[in-house]
Ligand binder design. Sequence first.
Ligand code: AMP
Ligand code: MG
Length: 346
Amino acid sequence: MSDLFQAARPPMTTEVLTVQPQAPALEALRRAAAILQRGGLVAFPTETVYGLGANALDADACARIFAAKGRPAHNPIIVHVADAASVLPLVAAWPEQAERLAQRFWPGPLTLVLPRSDRVPSIVTAGGPTVAVRVPAHPVALALLRESSLPIAAPSANRSMQLSPTTAEHVVQSLNGRIDLILDGGPATGGLESTVLDLSRQPPVLLRPGLVTVAELESIIGAVVLPMHASAPTAAPLPSPGMLPRHYAPRTPLIAIEGNATDEATRRRAAGQRVACVRFGPSSADALPVERQVDLPGEPAGSAARLYAVLHELDALGLDAILVELPPATQEWLAVRDRLRRAAAR
Ligand code: AMP
Ligand code: MG
C-alpha cells in the first residue's frame, strides 16, 4: 500500500480555496471535482463537521483517506451522495424504512447503514457487508457532489482520534500537507457528527447519536434500539467497528463531571493545576476557580454547534485539564453526552 501513497503524495502545503458557503464559485468546485476524479483528497464543509472526501468508487483514493488520517482499517467510512436516487447503485436493498427516513431527513445529518452492493470497494466498508450513506445538507457539499458526479467517501477531516474539525483552520492544523485541497466555506453549522442508524438489522440500531434525535427517528419508523454507549461506554461489545470508546478527543485531558465542577476545580487549583471549565446553560452561572470558563447555551442544538470549536480553543491553551459539567442525562442531550464521554475516555 505504501507505494501507492508515494505515487500520489499530496503537496507539502495543502491548498485552501475560500468559497461562499451559500453559493460556491464554479471554478473552485471544478478544481475540487477534478482532484477527486483523479483520486486525490479534498476537505469540504458539511452541515455537521468538515469531511475529508475521496471518490468512493476508487479503492486507491479511499486508501489515501486512511493514510492521511492515520485511521485504522477496521473503521468504515460514510459515503456521501447528491440525492436518495444516487444511493441505489451502492446498496443491495432499499427498504421502506430507508425511503421514509430519506424523505423526511435528507438532505440532512442522518446516516443510514444498509447492505452494500458489489460496486462499493471493501476498504470503504472495512470489509463488512454494509455501507453507510447520507445526503449532506450543506450547499458546498451538495455542489461538489453534483459537479464531480461521484459518490464521495468522507469521514471527518482530522487525524484519527483527534477532535473533529468545524472550521477550515482546524483542518489545516490537523492535515496540512497530507491532503490536496481544502474548500473553506466557513464554519460547519451543526457542529456534531451525523446520527448513524443501522437499517440492516431489525429493529434498527442507533450506532451513533447525532443531530437527528431518537425521538425524531421513532416518529417516522417506530422503535429504535439505543446504543449501549449511551449509559455505559465500555460495558459491552462495540456495536459498530468504528464506535471506539475513546474518540473525538482533545490533547488536553478532558474530565467529564456529573453535576457541579466546583470541588474538582478547587482541588486542582490547590494542586497547582491550570484548568478550564465548560458548562451547559445558566443552571450554575456563578464563576469557578479556573483559568477559563465557557458557558454553552442550555439547549442541545446551540451547544452542539459550538462544542468542538470551544474544545479546540481550550485545547490550544495547553492547560492541565478541561473540566466539563455534563448536560442532563436526557434523550435530547444524548449526542452531546456521547461525544463528551468518548473525549473523556482514556
Ligand atoms: P467519521 O469517521 O467521523 O465519519 O465516523 C463514521 C462513523 O460511521 C463511524 O463511527 C463508523 O463506524 C460508522 N460507519 C461507517 N460505515 C459503517 C458501516 N458500514 N457499518 C457501521 N458503521 C459504519
Ligand atoms: Mg471522525
